[in-house]
Ligand binder design. Structure first.
Ligand SMILES: Cc1cc2nc3c(=O)[nH]c(=O)nc-3n(C[C@H](O)[C@H](O)[C@H](O)COP(=O)(O)OP(=O)(O)OC[C@H]3O[C@@H](n4cnc5c(N)ncnc54)[C@H](O)[C@@H]3O)c2cc1C
Length: 391
């Protein structure tokens, strides 16, 4: 049983069904979410989705971005990197910019009607009980409470996970005092900023920003200080005042959406308890600088479900499932949490030390390669494999 039909829960379902394991997905919503959230797919995530037959249709809907850059207003481009330098390590040497809601639809269309796959909407998992043979969950469905039993449960029910709460697993970490405001516009910044890459981070101590191109839109993310209340931060005038700082002399942008949200850095105390597992946002959340939240969740889903399929078919003992928690939780702490926190600190700086660091990396092909392996998350997956092979 899988709680949650987000990108992570449906990836887990797809890999289980592909490996001959029957799955029931329970989704609280009445349909798949249409929310505008993650829009970056990293190279190894695309490699994994390719094995599920989902990368090609996703790429057809997205924008491929081999290059990304760091800037300041004062210095212009500090450094630009090209994933082409690690083309030997991935079949997809670029970031794909595409809304996560495309992936959930592609996966659902592929799974729907397949033997062994069921998805029930309007079905919120509320309580979890388990013993050595299986898991029993309580589901709230159309105002009624029902129970369902399965051999294993995967909680992929997002940051406020009911599965995590019901299992009593702590979600340790902190919440940043500032919130992030994402503003989308159809204005093409390439027309106004020379040499702009489709993914561009701009460091600034007061108003760092992050510009990201998706098909038909640019998304710009700004920090909002705790002094500004939510209501004021969501006014069109506030959005326009931030947008006016991007290109001197340009203002009054057409604005398609604005989203204001709180940002946390939290990791579940454990990602396995008995026959229940946590993956994706239910297991860890981080700031979106580096685009690692959903990607890390998809990596959890593939790691766990590959092991679960082996356990299901009797190819490996139950103890092998502990390696999922060991590998994915440590990698989340060592890579995803550290990298996203460092990314935020770099963008909040005046850019001087950051410039020197980036220039040194860009000048040295081996350091550039190591850097791209980390940014693309390939290094985190290699580290996970190393942890699994350990004593
Ligand atoms: C503005 C924004 C931008 C982001 N940008 C990026 C990015 O560029 N790259 C990146 O990697 N990440 C990004 N993220 C993070 C990314 O959106 C999440 O990491 C991703 O959605 C996690 O997927 P998930 O499937 O774990 O959880 P979710 O997408 O939250 O899906 C959880 C699902 O579970 C359902 N559910 C909830 N409770 C229950 C229940 N009790 N029972 C059954 N179902 C339940 C929900 O309805 C939902 O469908 C961004 C987030 C935001 C807010």
């Amino acid at each position: 049983m899988i709680a949650g039909a987000g990108p992570v829960g449906l990836t887990a379902a797809a890999n289980l069904v592909r490996n001959g394991v029957p799955v029931t997905v329970l989704e609280a919503g009445s349909d798949l979410s249409t929310e505008s959230r993650a829009s970056t797919f990293h190279p190894p995530t695309l490699d994994m989705l390719d094995a599920l037959g989902a990368a090609k249709p996703l790429i057809a809907h997205g924008l491929t971005a081999p290059k990304f850059q760091y800037r300041t207003m004062r210095h212009g481009v500090l450094a630009q990197f090209d994933f082409g330098a690690i083309a030997d390590a991935t079949a997809h040497p670029y970031r794909l910019q595409c809304e996560q809601s495309r992936l959930t639809r592609i996966l659902y269309e592929q799974l729907n009607g397949q033997p062994g796959f069921q998805l029930a909407f309007n079905s919120a998992v509320e309580q979890v009980g388990q013993d050595e043979n299986g898991v029993t969950i309580t589901i709230e469905r159309d105002g009624k409470t029902e129970t369902q039993t399965g051999r294993y449960l995967i909680g992929a029910d997002g940051a406020r996970s009911d599965v995590r709460r019901s299992l009593g697993i702590d979600f340790e970490g902190f919440t940043w005092p500032d919130r992030f405001l994402v503003i989308s516009t159809p204005f093409d910044f390439c027309r106004a900023i020379e040499g702009l890459a489709p993914v561009s981070y701009v460091a600034d101590p007061q108003r760092w920003r992050f510009l990201l191109q998706i098909p038909g839109l640019w998304r710009v993310m700004f920090p909002v200080s705790p002094d500004e209340n939510d209501e004021a931060a969501l006014t069109p005038a506030f959005a326009q005042s931030l947008m006016a700082t991007i290109v001197p002399g340009l203002s009054d942008y057409e604005i398609a959406h604005t989203t204001l949200y709180r940002v946390h850095q939290r990791v579940a105390k454990t990602m396995r308890l008995g026959r229940s597992f946590l993956i994706g946002d239910a297991a860890h959340i981080n700031n979106p600088l580096g685009g690692m939240g959903m990607n890390g969740g998809i990596h959890d889903a593939i790691n766990l479900t590959t092991r679960l399929a082996d356990a299901w078919h009797g190819r490996s003992p139950d103890s092998e499932l502990d390696l999922f928690d060991r590998e994915r939780r440590l990698v989340t702490l060592e890579y995803i949490q550290q990298y996203t926190i460092q990314n935020k600190r770099n963008l909040e700086s005046d850019g001087i030390a950051f410039k020197a660091t980036l220039e040194a990396i860009a000048a040295d092909p081996q350091r550039t390669r190591d850097y791209l392996m980390r940014v693309s998350m390939i290094a985190s997956l290699a580290r996970a494999r190393e942890l699994g092979a350990g004593p």
